[in-house]
Design a protein around this ligand. Structure first.
Ligand code: ADP
Ligand code: ZN
Length: 521
């Protein structure tokens, strides 16, 4: 008996550990699951593999993945095995015995995804043997190779044209990062005989104006952001259920129509909040990530992140709810060291192995890098999804360019202060020491007598807080997530302290960007 079908979302979550599909992925997955052919054109790094791996697992049986490079196959197979998926590859880098043993497992129905080069696959013997098995899906990676218009013409790819006859009724997905109109037509003709749906995924949302600011006074920052937006619909995302209620109450006290939305509310209350947002004008929903799934309101004019999201993927998803009608919409995030600390702690507390945690920390690094980026936000965001683009001219950085200042000497002061206070105090205390502000801890522990005490009095403690945040963002300082946010020096930080390398930082643009925001209205 065939096992009960598993939903693609469950597979995405449980096997791959992702909350949501990226743009394009879901449509491709659904189409392949429905048994129809797909040609997908998506940038490198945008997540093509998942588009066939998820349906391969959801359909059951065997999926054949055609991939041109042994190294690529090995990477994918290793990653899938780590996720507990029975994936294998038969290739020239393995000895004959190994290949034979793998083939036995394939023939016995024990393998879900089998990676092959076109040369391995397209022999009469291999195709014949595979055709007798329960093949449910075929995926062709780097499909542009099949086209004579493609940049890297490989004759073996040409033979893939016969697959649809050898495996009638089996959906085929062809994937490539580069295919202009002519190449696409060529591929669809050759592989599918004209019968395929074509997906071209792009990530750019040019009508969204992106901005990020260091959190100094989030409430004031939100009020400034909302200046001139009366009557517009928008979303304020916050981390905790309780804080969504506080934000809603705060906005109501300031005369806005605001409501809270989170998973702790009754189904009835949630439905009511949602319908208010959908049907009436000028409602601001203060929500956790629970809000947004399946909400398709075209005229959401702004999204404000009061807390750091979990990753750039989550961020993209959440800001993507603004401006669906194509008219300009503003998205802004405020974030601080506390946010990074909290997010790191969440990751460490998560279930799942070290590998998973390591990956999550890396994804958070990418988000922090986005927040601290001295270059165009959109460029930075799209680069994460594999798309190259020129500076947008429309984000906070483009409109108000960041001036990077050499701060190597100052960074060394910070590192010295962290070191001489014992690598266990948080940013607030280290900033106090540098700015020469005495506090109880400092007095007791005689930090007032350290050579670095007051060394940066002229710059003030705000400045040092900002420096510390950027040093954490740049990986020079690590933040203790289990305890109270104590700072310690990373290997990169030690190198900088020794005089290896240099450190450039941005002067926090909070005030100027506020002015710029006003000027635009
Ligand atoms: P491509 O094959 O298009 O070059 P990959 O399939 O290698 O891209 O994916 C690139 C990165 O994106 C991988 O690190 C992958 O784990 C990640 N990724 C893919 N889909 C998602 C998703 N839905 N959510 C979060 N990350 C994803
Ligand atoms: Zn820009």
């Amino acid at each position: 008996a065939r096992p009960r079908p598993v939903s693609p979302h469950d597979i995405l979550r449980k096997t791959f550990g992702y909350e949501t599909f990226r743009p394009g992925q879901e449509g491709i997955v659904t189409t392949l699951l429905a048994g129809r052919n797909v040609l997908a054109v998506m940038p490198t790094g945008s997540g093509k593999s998942l588009c066939y791996q998820v349906p391969a697992l959801a359909r059951g049986g065997l999926a054949i993945v055609v991939s041109p490079l042994v190294a690529l196959m090995q990477d994918q197979v290793a990653a899938l095995k780590l996720a507990g998926v029975a994936a294998e590859s038969i290739n020239s880098a393995q000895d004959r015995e190994e290949n034979v043993a793998i083939w036995r497992r394939v023939a016995a129905g024990e393998v879900r995804l089998l990676y092959l080069s076109p040369e391995r696959l397209m022999t009469e013997r291999m195709v014949g043997a595979l055709a007798r098995l329960n093949v449910q899906l075929i995926a062709i990676d780097e499909a542009h190779c099949i086209s004579q218009w493609g940049p890297a013409f490989r004759p073996e790819y040409d033979m893939l044209q016969t697959l649809r006859q050898s495996f009638p009724g089996v959906p085929i997905g062809a994937f490539t990062a580069t295919a202009d109109e002519a190449t696409r037509r060529d591929i669809v003709g050759k592989i599918f005989g004209g019968d395929a749906e074509v997906y071209v995924a792009g990530f750019d949302r040019p009508n969204l104006q992106l901005a990020v600011s260091p959190k100094d006074n989030a409430k004031q920052q939100l009020i400034d952001f909302l200046d001139g937006r009366a009557g517009q619909s928008g979303i304020v995302y916050a981390l905790s259920r309780k804080s969504t209620e506080e934000w809603a109450a705060f906005l109501v006290s300031k005369g806005f129509r605001a409501i809270a939305y989170h998973a702790g509310m009754s189904a009835e209350d949630r439905a009511e909040a949602q319908s208010l947002f959908m049907t009436e004008k000028g409602v601001i929903v203060c929500a956790t990530i629970a809000f947004g799934m399946g909400i398709d309101k075209p005229d959401v004019r702004f999204v404000f992140h009061a807390d750091l999201p979990s990753s750039l993927d989550a961020y993209y998803q959440e800001i993507g709810r603004a401006g669906r009608d194509g008219s300009p919409a503003d998205v802004k995030m405020v974030y601080g060291l506390g946010d990074i600390q909290l997010r790191r702690r969440f990751i460490d507390q998560e279930e799942g192995g070290d590998e998973r945690r390591r990956r999550e920390h890396k994804r958070l690094d990418a988000l922090v890098a986005y927040c601290e980026a001295p270059e165009c936000r959109r460029q930075n965001l799209l680069f994460y999804f594999g798309e190259e683009s020129p500076p947008c001219g429309n984000c906070d950085v483009c409109l108000d360019p960041v001036h990077l200042v050499d701060g190597t000497a100052e960074a060394q002061w910070v590192l010295e202060a962290v070191k001489t206070t014992g690598q266990r105090f948080g940013a607030a205390h280290v900033a106090d020491v540098l700015a020469g502000k005495s506090n109880e801890k400092g007095d007791t522990l005689r930090h007032t007598e350290l050579p670095v005490f007051g060394i940066g009095k002229a710059q003030g403690r705000q400045h040092w807080q900002s420096m510390i945040r950027q040093l954490v963002g740049g990986g020079y300082l690590a933040i203790d997530v289990a305890g109270y946010g104590g700072l310690s020096i990373s290997p990169k930080g030690h190198a900088l302290a020794r005089g290896d390398g240099s450190f450039r930082y941005r002067q926090d643009p909070v005030r100027t960007s506020r002015k710029a925001e006003r000027a635009r209205k």
